[in-house]
Ligand binder design. Structure first.
Ligand code: PLP
Length: 230
C-alpha cells in the first residue's frame, strides 16, 4: 500500500477532533514529501540532528512552509538549538531540568514554546516520564514562578502505553493519562500558562483503542510509512 492510501485509511478512522501526527523518524525525505502531497501537514521526529537535517533540506526544496513539526524523542539540554527553532510543539518534556532549559532558551530567543509533559503511564521501568506527583509539583512551580518558566505554555500530556497485546492493560494506562489531564485541568483552571486540551497517546499498535479512550492526538509511524530501517 502507498503512503497516500495509508493516510487516507487512517484519516477515515479518526474522528475530526483527533489530530494525526505522522512520525517520520528513520524514513527518508521522499516519504515525507509523499505524505505531504497526500495532504498530511503534521510530522514528528525523535532525534535532533535528523529533525534539523530534514527541515533544512525541505527549506532548500521550498514550498513546504506549512508543515507543523513536533518533537517526540528524548531531548538533551545541549541539543535544544537543533530542535526548538523548528518545532511548534515539544511533546516529550520528561524532566524539570529540561523544562527549565527550554525556558532559558525561550527567554534568550524571545520566543514562547509550547510543550506537553510526558507522563510515565506504562508498567515498564525503562519508559521516560513524570509521575503524577512530579508533574503536579512542576506545574505548581510553573504557575507561581516568574522567570524562564513564564516563556513556556503547557498544552497537555503525552504518554506511551506498555508494549503488550493485553488491551485491558493498555486501556488502563491510557485512562490514567486522561485522569491526570482532567485533574490538572481542574487544578489549573483559568491558568494562562497551563492548559490540558491535548492528550497525546496512541501509536500504530494501539491507536483505535486510544481514540476510544479519549486521545486528541495520535502519533503514527509504521502504519503510514512502513517498517523503520534502523
Ligand atoms: C516512534 C514513535 C511513535 C510511532 O510509533 P509507530 O509504532 O511506528 O506508530 C510514536 N510515539 C513516539 C514517542 C515514538 O517514538
Amino acid at each position: 500500500m502507498s503512503i497516500a492510501t495509508n493516510i487516507a485509511s487512517i484519516m477515515n478512522e479518526l474522528p475530526s477532533t483527533v489530530k494525526l501526527v505522522a512520525v517520520s523518524k528513520f524514513h527518508p525525505l521522499e516519504a515525507i514529501l509523499e505524505a505531504y502531497d497526500a495532504g498530511q501537514r503534521v510530522f514528528a521526529e525523535s532525534r535532533p540532528q535528523e529533525l534539523k537535517d530534514k527541515v533544512e533540506h525541505l527549506g532548500q526544496i521550498g514550498g513546504h512552509e506549512d508543515i507543523e513539526w513536533h518533537f517526540i524523542g528524548h531531548l538533551q539540554t545541549n541539543k535544544l538549538k537543533m530542535v526548538l527553532p523548528y518545532v511548534s510543539l515539544v511533546q516529550s518534556v520528561d524532566s524539570r531540568r529540561l523544562m527549565e532549559a527550554i525556558g532559558v532558551w525561550a527567554e534568550s530567543n524571545g520566543k514562547t514554546v509550547d510543550v506537553l509533559l510526558e507522563m510515565h503511564i506504562s508498567s515498564e521501568a525503562s519508559k521516560q516520564g513524570f509521575t503524577f506527583d512530579e508533574a503536579s509539583a512542576l506545574l505548581k512551580d510553573m504557575e507561581s514562578l516568574s522567570g524562564p518558566f513564564s516563556r513556556i505554555r503547557v498544552r497537555g500530556l503525552m504518554g506511551m502505553a506498555s508494549l503488550t497485546d493485553d488491551e485491558d492493560i493498555i486501556r488502563n494506562e491510557f485512562l490514567s493519562l486522561v485522569r491526570y489531564a482532567d485533574m490538572f485541568a481542574e487544578m489549573f483552571a483559568g491558568s494562562e500558562r497551563i492548559g490540558m486540551e491535548e492528550r497525546s497517546f496512541g501509536m500504530t499498535g494501539d491507536y483505535p483503542l486510544a481514540v476510544r479512550t479519549g486521545s486528541t492526538m495520535v502519533r503514527i509511524g509504521t502504519a503510514i510509512f512502513g517498517e523503520r530501517q534502523y
